[in-house]
Write a protein that binds this ligand. Structure first.
Ligand SMILES: C[S@@+](CC[C@H](N)C(=O)[O-])C[C@H]1O[C@@H](n2cnc3c(N)ncnc32)[C@H](O)[C@@H]1O
Length: 279
């Protein structure tokens, strides 16, 4: 079964329209490999038939769109992936936010494109370890979304292999994980309960409009998959969702340079953060 150029064009346009994710000219083989097993499972004969299947408005087609999300996304992640950002969150960003809030109220942190949960759980461990008991009048809300239902399932289960914990400080591993007989590590309930996972497509304007009053957004290693126009749309939705003075962290290899946005950039120890100026 071969993916013809014409069908590839239709599938990639459809995926881009739906998710913002770009499949460039040289990624045909990738999409071909990732979708072949979906086509076989559905008992279809060709990529063209699969494309037609996705266009239907039936419940089955909608279920398949979720499987498509699972199939096309890249979900690489691990705990403390971007250590300098998490250090900055602990030593600069959260202390500043708490001062601004006069040590009371709610702090809302959002991990956008959270994959299997390592990023929001890293944030939760930092909050638990350094802030929760010291600031009893502050409520910390950690929100985490992804477009792929299967990674969200894994995130909620909170069971990890050694790859995920390779950069995790040992004291966190000892304190917040239980080792299972088959060598995996399960995150403890006290951390799991701090994170609210939900499925949300960052490309979907309506869903994005529901996000507001956020203090800090982490959207690391997600924007690289989008086209420039979708990237700008999402970044401007982040801007709207943030409180004045709120912060946005993106991945090391990503930047907002050349983008039409009101975000300002600030240098922090070994990293940068974008922020929405206070009025
Ligand atoms: C490479 S992972 C990054 C995980 C984590 N932020 C990190 O830096 O380790 C990218 C994630 O973005 C998600 N993603 C891609 N497009 C998305 C969209 N339109 N809406 C929400 N999530 C999306 C993917 O499913 C994937 O889990």
């Amino acid at each position: 079964m071969e993916l013809r150029q014409q069908t590839y064009q239709k599938l990639r346009d459809f995926i881009h329209e739906l998710t913002g994710i770009v499949f460039s000219d040289n990624k045909k083989y990738l999409l071909e490999n990732r979708l072949r097993s979906r086509i076989q499972e559905l008992g279809l004969q060709s990529f063209e038939e699969y494309y037609q299947y996705l266009q239907r408005s039936s419940l089955n087609a909608r279920t398949e769109i979720n499987k498509l999300f699972d199939a096309i996304t890249i979900n690489e992640t691990y705990f403390f992936r971007n250590e300098a950002q998490f250090n900055a969150l602990r030593t600069v960003i959260l202390p500043e936010i708490l001062q601004r809030k006069k040590l009371q109220g709610t702090v809302r942190i959002w991990s956008a494109g959270c994959s299997t949960g390592e990023e929001p759980y890293t944030i939760a461990m930092i909050v638990r370890e350094h802030f929760l008991r010291r600031f009893p009048r502050v409520r910390f809300e950690i929100l985490a979304n992804d477009i792929s239902p299967s990674v969200l399932e894994k995130a909620k289960r909170g069971e990890y292999r050694t790859y995920a914990i390779r950069s995790l400080p040992k004291e966190y591993l000892d304190k917040y994980f239980t080792r299972t007989p088959n060598g995996t590590y399960v995150i403890k309930d006290e951390i799991r309960q701090m994170v609210k996972f939900f499925q949300m497509n960052l490309k979907d304007e309506q869903q994005m409009r529901r996000m507001h009053n956020i203090d800090v957004i982490f959207c690391a290693n997600v924007l690289i998959y989008f086209s420039p126009e979708v990237k700008e749309q999402i970044v401007n939705n982040f801007y709207r969702a943030l409180k004045p003075g709120g912060f946005l962290f993106i991945g090391y290899s990503e930047s907002l340079i050349g983008m039409n946005t009101k975000f300002r950039m600030r240098q922090l120890p070994r990293t940068v953060v974008y922020y929405k100026p206070e009025e």
